[in-house]
Design a protein around this ligand. Structure first.
Ligand code: NFS
Ligand code: SF4
Length: 679
């Protein structure tokens, strides 16, 4: 064969292999930017996903590299399934031990990420309470007074038989100190454990899985999974519960609560989403990552008249501040700031050619951003001592809570100064969607409960009478191994059609926003008759955007409130409720999944879970645990199958509660009504 023919074949193979952008995402803005990236010769995660396949052993969860005698690789083969499974690592570790240790380390890393975020928030909160950070204040005093008793902090004092409220700063200092203590606590239990319904708390106590302190439980996972320590997968999973519950009911929950006190508890607000929020004639700043602390200040700085006129002096018409990933959710739900996109769109925002600066704090920040920025004029600014990027050229502006606004202005100025440096053809996709977001636990209570008194009772009533079949939580990431946003949308539409109300956070929420599902009008289009009626009466979207991923803690609070409102059992595991992360990729998602499960919730993941190589351990997670904690893990690749299993779980719970009949009647009512109107 001549060299020429060989080249031709190679080219043909390449062309055949090349997957079209239309097959990589369902989001039109993303598809357009993938074409632009191709035209600009810029490589993205979508290309790399095509060129590099995942490791076939790692994907099974049975590769161990905990000591230098490994990596010991234990793929599950036909021989092991049909005959006796004799696989073991050099030290004798079984596939079950190896997969359980790998799983545990994901939980530890995920819990550490959320909780370290919570720690930063608590430190700033304490500085604000002590009046040491002039740019931060105690904004939501009502919430402060609501959470203080959970830390054992009094909100009033009685002097001479007269009850007098204590000052907010005094309360806040005490709350801040107690909250910060949750990380280093060695004994006892985390304060918020008692927020769980009593039956759940009692079960945790019986199982001995109430977290003692946040850091302690994470460190203990690292110790137990060191070479030659815990070699009993059930015992490892038990420690995973401690660390995961410490994430959900402490690290993340404290982050949510204290951010609310510092910046305001979210209430329904309008927002806009997708790359179309960027403006060619404006200075565009994208804030990416997870923490609200600096982003809140950049919001202030970008609105500063001095900054705006400085931008105008450089020829721009104004400043656009848009978010990316969970930092975006934080400033969206509190200020209605626009969102540029979710996880898989971070490189593509830069490919528009109009982003003058992208700031990053921590988590979900792809290192490739530095290389993409190098192809355009965008300045990449790291802001957190925990996250620096060695690739490419980055600027580091370290965020210091004592000088927060000054730091934020510095960043805005870098972006403005960079505005005249744009090069190459810019292209902003037209797509942007409107949405209504900001459904905190408190906002749901208020919106569903009616004007006079917030309550979860009307929600329960509608679940009991069958208008609402159940509740689903759809959360989590995008994953470059599956079609961008696709599973999120299919799953949500299937559930809505079946009258399941959806709670959402993170990048999942953004997928829904981009598809127009976060509007009250969506109820009529996508919901079954029962759910549509409820949404239209109350005026809410059928999918409630609750915030960022640490705000999954709001879902735990909501589930507890639903239990407390009565009529649906006495534990979250009794509720017609199911959770799903259809496109997960981050270790944080595993920690979240595990704390939901430990809280009694059925959790199903798309995009696989690395446990297939250890069938006994997998069976324990997927089946055995249900008898222990009431919740269980599950996995399905196909979003229709995910929906089917979530509905089956919801129906199982309805039946156990004896409310399955009520739903039959409601459906007959609807049919009758339709017959009537037809007649
Ligand atoms: Ni959650 Fe939010 Fe998105 Fe996944 Fe990353 S941004 S914390 S981890 S990718 S949902
Ligand atoms: Fe291999 Fe055991 Fe070392 Fe893991 S801990 S790498 S299984 S010898």
């Amino acid at each position: 064969m001549s060299d020429e023919t060989k080249d031709k074949i190679k080219l043909m193979e390449k062309e055949k292999k090349q997957i079209k952008p239309e097959e990589k995402s369902v989001d039109p803005a993303t598809i357009k930017m993938l074409y632009k990236a191709q035209a600009d010769g810029v490589e993205t995660i979508f290309d790399r996903a095509e060129n590099m396949k995942p490791c076939p052993i790692g994907i099974q969860g049975t590769c161990c590299k905990l000591c230098s005698q490994g990596p010991c690789r234990l793929p599950l083969t036909k021989k092991d399934i049909e005959g006796k499974d004799t696989r073991q690592g050099l030290c004798g570790a079984t596939p079950e031990t190896i997969a359980a240790r790998n799983f545990a380390r994901m939980v530890a890393a995920g819990a550490a990420a959320h909780s370290d975020h919570g720690r930063s928030v608590t430190e700033v909160f304490l500085a604000a309470a002590r009046r040491e950070s002039p740019d931060y204040d105690i904004v939501d005093e009502k919430k402060l007074r609501a959470i203080a008793p959970d830390f054992g902090v009094a909100i009033s004092v009685t002097v001479d038989d007269v009850e007098t409220p204590r000052g907010k700063y005094e309360i806040a200092v005490e709350v801040g100190e107690k909250a910060l203590g949750e990380w280093g606590k060695q004994h006892g239990e985390i304060y918020y454990a008692k927020r769980a319904p009593k039956a759940r708390y009692d079960l945790w106590k019986k199982l001995d899985i109430i977290p003692r302190g946040i850091d302690r439980e994470i460190v203990e996972i690292m110790h137990r999974t060191h070479m030659g320590v815990d070699q009993d997968y059930e015992n490892i999973v038990k420690q995973c519960f401690r660390a995961a519950l410490a994430d959900g009911w402490a690290g993340s929950m404290i982050a949510t609560d204290l951010q609310d006190v510092l910046f305001g508890t979210p209430h329904p607000i309008h927002g806009e989403i997708n790359l179309g929020v960027l403006k060619e004639d404006h200075v565009n700043i994208v804030v990416h990552g997870h923490e609200a602390l600096l982003a809140e200040m950049i919001v202030v700085a970008s609105r500063d008249p001095e900054m705006v006129s400085y931008a105008k002096s450089k020829g721009a018409k104004g400043i656009v501040l848009a978010g990316m990933c969970c930092t975006a959710n934080e400033i969206l739900v509190r200020h209605g700031m626009p969102i540029a996109g979710n996880y898989l769109q971070q490189e593509l925002a830069i490919v528009t050619g109009v982003v003058d600066a992208m700031t990053v704090d921590v988590q979900c920040i792809m290192e490739s951003l530095a290389n993409v920025c190098a192809c355009y004029h965008t300045k990449l600014i790291t802001t957190n001592s925990r996250c620096k990027i060695a690739s490419g050229e980055t600027i580091h502006v370290e965020f210091d809570e004592h000088n927060a606004l000054t730091d934020a202005k510095k960043i805005v100025k870098i972006a403005i100064d960079n505005f005249p440096n744009r090069k190459g053809a810019a292209m902003i996709p037209r797509e942007k969607e409107k949405m209504v977001v900001g459904f905190s636990y408190e906002a749901i209570e208020y919106n569903l409960g009616g004007t006079f008194r917030g309550s979860y009772v009307p929600l329960n009533d509608n679940i009991i009478n069958g208008r609402i079949r159940g509740i689903a939580a759809i959360v989590g990431c995008n994953n470059a191994r599956s079609m961008h946003d696709n599973a999120h949308l299919i799953l949500a539409k299937e559930l809505l059609k079946n009258d399941v109300i959806i709670l959402t956070t993170g990048c999942a929420a953004m997928a829904f926003g981009k598809a127009g599902l976060l509007t009250p009008e969506a109820a009529k289009v996508y919901c079954g008759p029962g759910l549509a009626e409820v949404c239209e009466t109350v005026g809410i979207p059928p999918i409630l955007h609750m915030g960022s991923c640490v705000d999954n803690s709001r879902m735990l609070s909501a589930a507890s409130a639903v239990v407390a409102a009565g009529g649906l059992g006495n534990d979250p595991s009794d509720l017609p409720l199911a959770g799903c992360a259809p496109e997960w990729m981050s270790e944080k998602a595993v920690a979240i999944g595990h704390y939901f499960e430990g809280s009694g919730v059925y959790v199903i993941f798309g995009a696989g879970l690395p446990v297939d190589g250890a069938p006994v351990f997998k069976d324990y997670l997927f089946n055995g645990l249900e008898k222990v904690v009431g919740g269980k893990w599950d996995v399905a690749e196909d979003p229709y199958e995910m929906a089917r299993r979530m509905l089956a779980h919801i129906d199982k719970k309805r039946k156990a509660l004896g409310i399955d009949k009520a739903r039959d009647r409601v459906l007959m009512d609807m049919a009758d009504r339709q017959k009537l109107s037809a007649g």
